[in-house]
Design a binder for this molecule. Structure first.
Ligand code: SAH
Length: 254
């Protein structure tokens, strides 16, 4: 059978925004696709062309979107599911595997579909690079949205990770629907990490209008973050050198 007659699903990361940061393998997959599936602003980044159907959907329907992608691949379509950044970081790759698992009984044939995850540059790495090297030692990445987990668990993780002396990167730091939570997060961090620890707010990284702001935790205010911001908190050794922020590669005993 001709390979092109087979369907597939590629879950691709489009990187943080700058088109130069889209990998060649992601470009190639989009070039071969018959269908693109994803959240509206990400699908907007795909150039329309004959033979390519764009399926843009609203947020919070990740598993429906993933199931649709698998259905289309089973119909021999070549489907690219797009995420921003990396598809495995708080994004669509897990949603596709969740949909695959949910349908394992109804559609056991889907388990043999050609499914590939193509990495992209995730927001925290683009932000870290823009300010220097704040993630040069151990760190944790935490999604501050309580859509898929209770806020109490987020508070516990902030506390423990801060006490463990890890740097942190926060995705989805603050939305209009939960304005008080980020203020509480800052409170916990000041306590667990020390008020002089540096925090960076990186907004629209690699896009026109990129904004970078680094302050000690004691000067951080909730308004410094929104949903277009990735936040990086250093460890106690994170420091400035010239215009840069970096974390040394070494640490003393905790
Ligand atoms: N899969 C994506 C993350 C999706 S969650 C990735 O790997 O980057 C969405 C969150 O990512 C946003 O709320 C924001 O915290 C962060 N983010 C994505 N792109 C960004 C950018 N260009 N600048 C700053 N933050 C960004």
């Amino acid at each position: 059978m001709n390979v092109s007659q087979n369907g597939w699903v590629v879950i691709a990361g489009l990187g943080p925004g700058n088109e130069a940061l889209v990998t060649q393998e992601v470009r190639d997959a989009i070039g071969e696709a018959t269908d693109i599936v994803g959240y509206i602003p990400y699908v907007k980044r795909i150039e329309p062309r004959d033979g390519l159907t764009l399926h843009a959907t609203d947020n919070r329907v990740e598993v429906d979107r993933a199931t649709h992608a698998l259905e289309m691949a089973a119909e021999r379509k070549r489907v690219v599911v797009v995420s921003s950044g990396d598809p495995g970081v708080f994004a669509m790759a897990s949603a596709v595997f969740e949909a695959l698992e949910n349908n394992a009984e109804n559609h056991p044939d889907w388990l043999d579909l050609d499914i590939r995850v193509l990495p992209g540059i995730t927001a925290m790495l683009a932000a870290a690079a823009a300010i220097g090297a704040p993630l040069g030692h151990d760190f944790a990445a935490i999604n501050l949205s309580d859509n898929l987990k209770p806020w109490s668990l987020i508070e516990k993780r902030l506390q423990l990770v801060g006490e463990a002396g890890l740097a942190m990167a926060f995705y989805n730091p603050r939305s209009k629907s939960r304005p008080h939570q980020f203020a509480r997060a800052l409170e916990i961090l000041r306590e667990a990490c020390g008020a002089d620890t540096l925090i960076t707010f990186a907004r629209d990284v690699t896009k026109p209008g990129q904004e970078l702001l680094t302050v000690p935790l004691k000067e951080a205010t909730p308004e410094m973050a929104d949903m277009r911001t990735v936040v990086i908190v250093g460890n106690r050794d994170t420091r400035r050198v010239g215009n840069y922020v970096y974390t040394p590669r070494y640490a003393a005993e905790g």
